[in-house]
Design a protein around this ligand. Sequence first.
Ligand code: ZN
Length: 464
Amino acid sequence: MRKPKSWVQLAATLILTAALALQPAALAQTKIPKPGFNFFSKDQDIKLGQEAAAQVDREMPIVHNAEMDAWLKKLAEPLISQPEAGGYPYQFKWVNDDNINAFALPGGPVYMNTGLLKHADDEAQVVGVLAHEISHVALRHGTNQASKANLFSLPAMIGGAMLGDNSLLGQLGQLGIGLGLNSVLLKYSRGAESQADQLGALLMHRAGYNPIEMANFFEKLEAISGNQSGVAAWFSSHPNPGNRVKNVQKEILTFDHRNYTRDTGQFARMKALAAKLPPPPKQPQQGAAGQASTAQIPPVSELEAPSSRAKGFESTMYTMSYPENWQVSQGEQGSVTILPKYGVVNTGNGGSAIGYGSIITERSNNSSQRIEEVAAAISQDVVKNNPGIQITAEPQRVTVNGKRTVLYMLNGPSAFQGQREVVVLAVVERSPTDTVSVIFVAPERDYRKFEPTFKNMLNSTRMR
Ligand SMILES: [Zn+2]
């Protein structure tokens, strides 16, 4: 049997009903974007991001200032603690760079240039950039785009088909996907930009920051982009989807009303700290010749494909076949280059470097050494002689026509301006004292097109 309602309960019910009746018409539904199609698992996003972050940490001037780091963490905390942020192991770092830019790697690492802080008008604008970057991570835009761009090759690859190689970044490097300027992981579509604005606005709102400041800041950057090149990097990776302020305003209308009062009160202090940092180091040198290259990568339509008809090359140590339309030139000390016409790049200042093709070098040692040791030494030479280049995967052991071979994958600045390249180094054992090493080079953008040719050349290599 139900107890009769007490008078107090009844009064409470009546007051509540009256209050409900006084509410304005229901708010339009807030639309929350969801991550799209993806071949990667969430764990793979995290692993990939951590591998990539290790590379970024080595290559970029990371700021080590406890106060600035703590502040960034404090700003991010109320954003990443929301369920829509996906629970990723987020990490935030300042990069000592006056260019206005920020970027996020899959699975959580976020990098903010100090140039951003210098140009922001208030704390909420810095939070806006954070919220936008966090949204790219949560919506998994990097690996979503990589999945869409590599519909056929990726599933087998990330399913573990690549033998002996446990670096995801290294595996992606074999598809020509890396961290370069035009990387599919970092260069977002306009659709992804709108989504990151949309989710970013919601995260800001709930955290107590006015979402309009995010859009305001991006519009401000747009306004100065005409006369300040320092902002170009931002827009090349985060293209303007158009009507940012209007779209965010529209979205704010779907949120419950709130006074945006959160503020750490430390913005001015952080600006002062950023201003006192030592001047950012010069950009790392580009190009295999160790000089900033001014050469432009040829348009894809101008790359003559490697001929399927083969020609043979013979040295005293080995024979190899190569595409008929590539050219052989003999270099010093038993080294040979076999390249397409556009393989040699004039990098400016009288320098030249190889942008596409192969370099084959014979080596003899006085004493016998294990092939793994010889290969490790050769890979270190490659790293030493090419500033900015990194080994991206554990070496793989294979055999080439019965000969023990060690394969290295590397990634570094290309001979073409602003590009990165994939380098494959194969060290083939001829005898306990002799090795033949074959280096293949192609810009990340085109690597997949050249990979079959590289494989054919390597597989055709026979010791004599
Ligand atoms: Zn973006």
